[in-house]
Design a binder for this molecule. Structure first.
Ligand SMILES: CCCCCCCCCCCCCCCCCCCCCC(=O)SCCNC(=O)CCNC(=O)[C@H](O)C(C)(C)COP(=O)(O)OP(=O)(O)OC[C@H]1O[C@@H](n2cnc3c(N)ncnc32)[C@H](O)[C@@H]1OP(=O)(O)O
Ligand SMILES: NC(=O)C1=CN([C@@H]2O[C@H](COP(=O)(O)OP(=O)(O)OC[C@H]3O[C@@H](n4cnc5c(N)ncnc54)[C@H](OP(=O)(O)O)[C@@H]3O)[C@@H](O)[C@H]2O)C=CC1
Length: 515
């Protein structure tokens, strides 16, 4: 019997960010392994015209939850969606709901965050720092609380090359930032943002670091732990391989590459691609929840959930395997044939952006205009290139994360728990994982039918022929123009033609002799 699964039985669990990528997988695993848990409270806001109930209904009816419904048929009775907007004071939670949360909650998993790299400092602080502070304040009033698990990111200290499982201080105290954002206007905040984030690449990593400091400062006598996953990718094994439902991290770029929009990227092929499957992160999170509640470590422990030091894969290998998978399982209606050029040079990157990305987009938009349609490719391409430029920081360097706490936890688990809550990435086969990831992107994210693969392959063949035809035509036009203008080109042309003529004559003569 799994001790971790048994621990969550009968518990009331509060999850923030349950409608997000990681939150859904966390709920799924909890229900599947501990169907006798009492209730999962999820803090949800209405979104995109959907009520809370509609959002929960959609999640429970997704493919991800198919196994859960077999193991826990009354799962819908065990989810309690509570209206909450983490941008508001007290999260806008009603008095009754707040009372219930305060009196019943045993475990908190705090996953909610803004993960956008381009968020304003004000919004990122509100969600990743102030909301964390408020949740901790709530948690401190929960008499039955056994553990508070905060999800951070391995990149919260990406300004360092070697990162230990400790909370690093930021130069300016989070409280001072929160206070000053209250009275500073947006223009001034935008101006001081680069100075505040310093050598971090964006407001996301900076505010996640501030969030960790807040956790440390407000921990009181609660049992708290912090999990730092690296780049979270599709599921490895559970509930099935390759599940992914958003474009964050590599997923969006995999699509862009598979559709032939993205053909070159400024990336260092030998840099470590520290991807970690989302089910691995969830298994570690649940194990940490158990360990923190049962063993009550004296201080706040930080757990790195990374792959680089256990089982490294680099961006070159990853890109190669992604392309190899597209050969077997192409995406439908590609714009161009998938191709990957990794460059580390700024000039080459600019050149590739102009020739491989912008020029085809302009030509295609011209064609759309000619055929009376609205041009859209240039806009899409600019957006894509902006996204790629934001990812560059993460694909051109490697980090080293120490993993003492994560390894210690692994050794504390029973063999059964090590199996059920496996977070040992040494067993991960990257080639198989990436293939399943690409397949998952096609099936679950793009919702493409596998029956369409032969047609997609035909389409790629047509694109290849168009590519050859286009290149030949371009070469002939360029050559013709050159011959018209340059004596040297004419001489070279004359030399080639006479050489070919002589070669053919010789060949014809020797074959006549043989007869
Ligand atoms: C050469 C070929 C290569 C071949 C092989 C190719 C693959 C191999 C190489 C792989 C290298 C991977 C590197 C990963 C490094 C990750 C490091 C993470 C480190 C930290 C990890 C963490 O701790 S934390 C999670 C990370 N956090 C994000 O990863 C959020 C990012 N994101 C945003 O910061 C915003 O998204 C941003 C971008 C501002 C846009 O902002 P924006 O306003 O322009 O766009 P929006 O987001 O509003 O979305 C508007 C429309 O773009 C769609 N879309 C959104 N993202 C998209 C996307 N990535 N690709 C396509 N399409 C995307 C969306 O679906 C909308 O579509 P629609 O309009 O139809 O609804
Ligand atoms: N994905 C990754 O690569 C990595 C993620 N992480 C961390 O993991 C955690 C989960 O990330 P992930 O699941 O990928 O992120 P998602 O963007 O998929 O999910 C974010 C969640 O936060 C919720 N949320 C955002 N704003 C509010 C708000 N104002 N009120 C209520 N809820 C809100 C979202 O709700 P809604 O659905 O309503 O928008 C959503 O449920 C985050 O803390 C992130 O920093 C760490 C490392 C890597």
């Amino acid at each position: 019997m799994s001790m971790i699964a048994a621990f969550y039985g009968g518990k009331s669990i509060l999850i923030t960010g349950a409608t997000g990528f990681m939150g859904k997988v966390l709920m799924e695993k909890l229900f599947r392994t501990s169907p006798d848990l009492k209730v999962i409270y999820i803090l949800v806001r209405p979104k995109a015209g959907q009520t809370l109930q509609q959002r929960v209904f959609q999640i429970l009816n997704s493919k991800l939850f198919e196994k859960v419904k077999e193991v826990c048929p009354n799962v819908h009775e065990k989810i309690r969606a509570i209206y909450a907007d983490l941008n508001q004071n007290d999260f806008g939670i009603s008095k009754e709901d707040m009372q219930e949360l305060l009196s019943c909650t045993n475990i908190i998993f705090h996953c909610a965050a803004t993960v956008r790299f381009d968020d304003t400092l004000r919004h990122a602080v509100q969600l990743n720092v102030t909301a964390t502070q408020q949740l901790l304040l709530m948690a401190s009033q929960m008499p039955k609380l056994e553990a508070f698990i905060h999800i951070s990111t391995a990149f919260s200290n990406c300004n360092l090359k070697h990162i230990d499982e400790v909370i690093y201080p930021c130069p300016v105290e989070p409280k001072k930032i929160i206070d000053s954002l209250e009275w500073l206007d947006d223009a001034i905040i935008d101006e001081i943002t680069p100075k505040l984030i310093g050598d971090r690449p964006n407001t996301y990593t900076y505010t996640k670091a501030l969030g960790e400091m807040v956790v440390q400062q407000e921990s009181g006598n609660m049992n708290i732990a912090i999990i730092r996953p690296s780049i979270v990718g599709a599921t490895w094994q559970e509930p099935f391989p390759g599940w992914v439902d958003n474009l964050n991290g590599p997923s969006g770029l995999i699509i862009a590459a598979g559709k032939g929009f993205l053909r070159a990227i400024k990336a260092t092929p030998m840099a470590v691609a520290d991807l970690i499957p989302v089910d691995t992160v969830v298994n570690l999170t649940l194990a940490v929840g158990w360990y923190t509640a049962v063993h009550r470590p004296k201080s706040t422990l930080v757990y790195h959930c990374t792959s680089g030091n256990f089982n490294p894969c680099n961006w070159g290998k990853m890109g190669f395997q992604i392309l190899a998978t597209f050969e077997k399982i192409p995406l439908e209606r590609a714009f161009r044939r998938p191709y990957a050029d990794f460059t580390t040079n700024n000039f080459t990157t600019q050149y590739r952006n102009a020739v491989s990305h912008r020029a085809p987009a302009i030509i295609y938009d011209f064609y759309l205009r000619l055929t009376g349609r609205k041009p859209r490719m240039t806009k899409l391409m600019n957006r894509l290139l902006r996204t790629v430029s934001m990812m560059e920081y993460f694909v051109n360097q490697s980090w080293e994360w120490s993993t003492y706490n994560t390894e210690m936890l692994m050794s504390e688990l029973s063999p059964e728990d090590q199996r059920v809550f496996n977070f040992d990435v040494r067993q991960l086969n990257w080639l198989e994982y990436i293939e399943n990831y690409v397949l998952g992107v096609k099936k679950y994210l793009l919702k493409e039918d596998m029956a369409g693969i032969p047609e997609a392959k035909q389409h790629l063949k047509r694109l290849r022929n168009i590519h050859y035809l286009f290149n030949t035509a371009l070469f002939l036009i360029a050559w013709r123009l050159l011959i018209a203008r340059s004596q040297m080109a004419r001489n070279v042309w004359f030399f080639i033609v006479s050489f070919c003529y002589k070669f053919l004559s010789y060949f014809r003569a020797s074959s006549t002799l043989k007869v």
